[in-house]
Design a protein around this ligand. Structure first.
Ligand code: AMP
Ligand code: MG
Length: 485
């Protein structure tokens, strides 16, 4: 009998009109090798890879031998990239299908780096090992932090070399997502100029991601509002953990509200709102502090795409869209403020909280304080850092904060516990990620497994992982990250 992994494909996207995708097989690779498999995620998905040897897993997840029921397609989409509109599509990824998990969840299974597609333009359709491991690490870290994200199931190397600035080992990432439908998918559908096709996409998305909206009086307006809600919550979560996405183009904003497409992303060390890591973000469009603005701008592009569905009268449609879009900053701010209160152990609300928070952040900025480590330090019962205790400006803030904690019903212990569950001890710091990628390039995956173990439990103080809690010494600081396409 053939061993069964447990794939249950039901490929609903491939039943949409042909304009939304191209059918094609992944381009076979020379000699696939499994580098890492996410067994925890596989279990959640009801996939039993232990039924087959690693070689067969590598053949399957490199696209050389797709599982039964797979129906490979490259998705079409458009995107505003750094403000400019472009027709895009999966240039180096193939959606092999939608797997239905044992609890009935529908999950996209995508191979990234799987070869050229009709949307590749001049690209080779391939990906390098470093960036695929980077996506694996950061997406799994985001998940462990409790932030909605696509996940990473596996990385295989291809046995082929790809040309970038240097020759690099080729690799394929198996990515999972509740879907890969983006703001850019709607921009694409809108540019087709056929109301019927746009409506089919919107109805499909409502069914798949927001089924509760089917009954709504204005389902497309409700869709717009829900996507805005989820993005407001998502971007607030990024800001609260100091995450910088780096390429917030509209093709990299998922309609599901999951973080998607990890390129030159990184976590901020010193608190500085102007931080940019991406080597391609020359005008700091996607800096840390600009992320809510970028999201707002992207959502306006989403609203524009939906206009023909919002109302048959164009002026009424525009009014509805504007009203929805204008609500974003307030929604973002509410999410962020709620999160900052949790980070500071505040259960109730006082008007002056915003001042307490911004005063702390200003002090952190001026004094170049490590964002993550400092906030984690505050979760300890007593201040032990002599430098902090001697800093009168900080101590004056600290006194205000202690008074504020004293004015709520909950005990200090409760406040500290709340703080511990919102201020991570461990994030995938840039220099640690870089160490992993260098070692991996030399065929050594020990550090990869160490880092993955550390980031899987970010809110626990674990002495075994204390070296992951501290910032890089100045000599190892990384100021720039590369897209690696
Ligand atoms: P990204 O910056 O990763 O979001 O990619 C932007 C667009 O470029 C997407 O349409 C990708 O599929 C495409 N792309 C990125 N790298 C390659 C590559 N090596 N070959 C072909 N297309 C690519
Ligand atoms: Mg992308």
């Amino acid at each position: 009998m053939k061993p069964t992994i447990g794939w249950q494909f039901d490929n609903s996207y491939a039943r949409l009109p042909q304009v939304f995708y191209a059918r094609l097989e992944p381009v076979p690779v020379d000699s696939p090798q499994l580098i890492i498999l996410n067994r925890t995620l596989a279990n959640e998905l009801g996939l039993h890879f232990e039924a087959i040897p690693d070689n067969d897993i590598a053949l399957m997840l490199s696209g050389n031998n797709l599982p039964e029921g797979a129906q490979p397609i490259a998705q079409a989409y458009a995107g505003h990239q750094f403000g400019q509109f472009t027709m895009l599509g999966d240039g180096r990824a193939i959606l092999i299908g939608e797997h239905i998990t044992p609890v009935g969840k529908r999950i996209d299974i995508q191979l990234k780096g799987s070869g050229q597609t009709p949307f590749s333009r001049r690209g080779d359709g391939r990906a390098a090992l470093g960036p695929m491991l980077r996506e694996y690490i950061i997406s799994e870290a985001m998940h462990a932090l409790g932030i909605p994200t696509t996940r990473s199931l596996a990385v295989t190397t291809t046995g082929e070399t790809i040309m970038r600035e240097t020759r690099l080992p080729g690799a394929i990432l198996t990515r999972t997502a509740t879907s890969h439908i983006r703001v850019g998918t709607f921009e694409y559908a809108a540019r087709l100029g056929q109301l019927e096709q746009l409506k089919m996409l919107a109805d499909y998305v409502i069914q798949r991601h927001y089924p509760e909206l089917v009954q709504s009086a204005r389902p497309y307006l409700a869709l717009l509002n829900q996507v805005i809600e989820r993005q407001a919550a998502l971007i607030a979560q990024w800001m609260l953990v100091g995450f910088i996405h780096g390429v917030m183009n509209t093709d990299n904003m998922a309609i599901s509200g999951e973080t998607i497409d990890y390129g030159p992303c990184a976590f901020m060390d010193d608190y500085d709102p102007a931080t940019v890591f991406s080597s391609i973000d020359h005008h700091a469009r996607y800096s840390y502090e600009n992320q809510p603005l970028a999201a707002h701008w992207n959502l306006a592009r989403f609203a524009e795409s939906l206009l023909p569905l919002l109302d048959s009268q164009q002026s009424e449609a525009v009014t509805l869209a504007e009203e929805a879009i204008h609500a974003f900053p307030e929604k973002f701010q509410a999410n962020w403020l709620k999160g900052m209160r949790q980070k500071l152990g505040l259960f109730n609300e006082e008007n002056q909280d915003i001042e307490l928070i911004t005063d702390l952040l200003s002090w952190m900025k001026v004094n170049r304080v490590d964002y993550t480590m400092f906030l984690r330090t505050l979760t300890q019962n007593h201040l032990t850092d002599a430098k902090l205790i001697q800093n009168s400006q900080f101590m004056s803030w600290y006194g205000r904060w202690q008074d504020r904690l004293g004015r709520q019903e909950q005990s200090k212990d409760n406040a500290l516990n709340l703080m511990k569950s919102y201020n991570p001890a461990i994030i995938p710091r840039n220099h640690r990620v870089e160490d992993v990628l260098v070692a991996a390039g030399n065929g050594d995956f020990f550090l990869l497994h160490q880092l993955l173990a550390a980031i899987s439990d970010p809110y626990t103080d674990n002495p075994a992982f204390s070296h992951y809690t501290t910032p890089a010494p100045d000599s190892e600081r990384i100021y720039q990250t590369f897209c690696g396409t």
